[in-house]
Design a protein around this ligand. Structure first.
Ligand SMILES: CC(C)(COP(=O)(O)OP(=O)(O)OC[C@H]1O[C@@H](n2cnc3c(N)ncnc32)[C@H](O)[C@@H]1OP(=O)(O)O)[C@@H](O)C(=O)NCCC(=O)NCCS
Length: 448
């Protein structure tokens, strides 16, 4: 696995960016509540800046309110505070009132071919309901993209609450997942399905360290995967274990050592003899380990079904089960929204399939340095000219649509067919498919 170094590390809190945006003033409460619709009498300034560490808790509570959650309890705040990286939380003030926030934390993303790119993981984005649709998110996104670019992180990713928010900022859906409910049948497994190796159940106090170790070993071998921080493990798994929730956590050991893990909590159940397990996390190095872990979960006594969200699209459950219909797909979702912040670096970092060279024009109105014609040839990708210059592109797309093909989730031909990409030279489409194609579905498996 190749690691690409960060270009620059900011000392904590060293930079303070301040942008003024002018917009319609928020309406007084009487108007928000349906009062007279008066025109604003004066422009209002919103200040967009990076917050100091002592302002982050207010930002956290503001974000929580925008997703209809309550403020953080005092005793939990010190743990949650660790999930904020100094100097990476943006706040927008209206006067002295914080009205919008967005943050990012440093992580890494695995791209086709195995390179690991520094990545900004963008999260906790929220605007107070009485200040929405005045351009505050747009201002924060611009400030954040500039910051991420200055940090030398060539990619940013996020999980979107709604699908119509982030495309305009150059984010495209780059990995997807499916929700499944697997019913326990007897026998559960098709004769000939891989047996897997051995599975050992973990004691509660072993869970976090054991899972972290296996995740580091196996998850980063998959395109689309990312590294996790201690604070992620605590807030997603550790907190629930600490709260004494019933949990089943297990590690799979194959021919070459520990190669997968699963952790499931008790879900809502109406039958004591057929309870539901909610799979919170399962990563495995290969089909053997995947099969071993699912076989284990479905074999636990008093379990009638296992529910799992956002599993890889190519997880081969139907091929393993005695009855493929025991696996019911209950939903499909976008998972990773990817922003190629430094297109030349990102394109150069991934590998390509064997194909004739292709010339792709990339548009990026927000980060214009990315705009240009790129040549993908053999193992290399490089910018060979500006847009509208002497090099005639065969294919054309904006940066968000490029992100949709970047990890291999979508093929250039389906993007051309649906109008996401244009193909002035149709003959280039199969070559682009061969260059961008990957064998496994990209998948991250980390919700943040
Ligand atoms: C989503 C949210 C951050 C948008 O903030 P905002 O300040 O209103 O966004 P902006 O005013 O900068 O909007 C920019 C553009 O996006 C559009 N837009 C913003 N939110 C949208 C939404 N939820 N659905 C559709 N379009 C949206 C705006 O209409 C605007 O379009 P325009 O430029 O064509 O007029 C805000 O509504 C919010 O906090 N929602 C609840 C929390 C949430 O979902 N956070 C995101 C977590 S991933």
């Amino acid at each position: 696995m190749r690691a690409i170094q960060r270009r620059r590390q900011e000392p904590p809190g060293s930079r303070l960016s301040s942008t003024k945006i002018h917009g319609t003033p928020p309406r007084p409460e009487s108007e928000v509540d349906g009062g007279a619709d008066r025109a604003p009498s004066h422009p209002v300034t919103h200040d967009v800046r990076f917050l100091e560490t002592d302002q982050v808790r207010s930002a956290h509570n503001l974000f929580a309110a925008t997703i209809h959650r309550g403020p953080m309890e005092d005793e939990r705040w010190p743990r949650v505070a660790r999930s904020y990286s100094p100097g990476r939380t943006i706040g927008v003030h209206h006067g002295s009132t914080l009205v919008a926030t967005a943050m990012s934390f440093p992580s890494e993303l695995v791209v086709p071919g195995g390179a690991v790119l520094p990545m900004a993981a963008v999260t906790r984005v929220g605007v107070r309901p009485d200040h929405t649709r005045r351009g505050l998110l747009s201002a924060m996104m611009r400030a954040q993209l500039d910051d991420v670019a200055a940090r030398g992180e060539p990619v940013a990713t996020l999980r979107a609450s709604e699908a119509r928010i982030y495309g305009r900022f150059g984010y495209g859906v780059a990995t997807r997942g499916r929700d499944v409910t697997v019913r326990v049948t007897r026998p559960a497994w098709r004769p000939g399905a891989p047996q897997g190796g051995s599975v050992r159940l973990l004691d509660r106090d072993e869970i976090l360290p054991a899972l972290q170790k296996v995740h580091e070993a196996v998850a980063l071998t998959r395109t689309g995967s990312m590294t996790r921080r201690d604070s992620w493990w605590w807030s997603s798994i550790g907190r629930r274990v600490e709260d004494r929730e019933p949990v089943i956590a297990a590690v799979h050991t194959g021919d070459h050592g520990d190669d997968g893990f699963a952790v499931a909590f008790r879900g809502e159940s109406h039958s004591f003899a057929e309870q539901t397990l909610e799979l919170a996390d399962l990563h495995a190095a290969d089909v053997q380990a995947t099969a071993g872990l699912w076989r284990f979960l479905l074999g636990v006594d008093l379990v009638g079904s296992v529910q799992a969200d956002l599993r890889p699209l190519d997880e081969p459950l139907e091929l393993l089960l005695a009855s493929p219909r025991a696996c019911v797909v209950t939903g499909h979702h976008d998972e990773t929204w990817l922003r190629l912040v430094d297109v030349p670096a990102a394109l150069a970092a991934r590998s390509y399939g064997v194909a004739d060279p292709v010339l792709i024009a990339v548009h990026d109105p927000l980060l214009e340095k990315n705009a240009g014609v790129y040549r993908i040839a053999g193992a290399t990708a490089e910018r060979v000219g500006p847009l509208g210059g002497p090099v005639t592109p065969q294919l054309e797309c904006d940066v968000a649509a490029l992100a949709m093909a970047y990890l291999g989730d979508r093929t250039p031909s389906e993007l051309v067919a649906t109008g996401w990409w244009q193909a002035p030279d149709q003959a280039a489409v199969p070559h682009a498919d061969a260059a961008f194609g990957t064998t496994a579905s990209p998948w991250c498996g980390t919700y943040f």
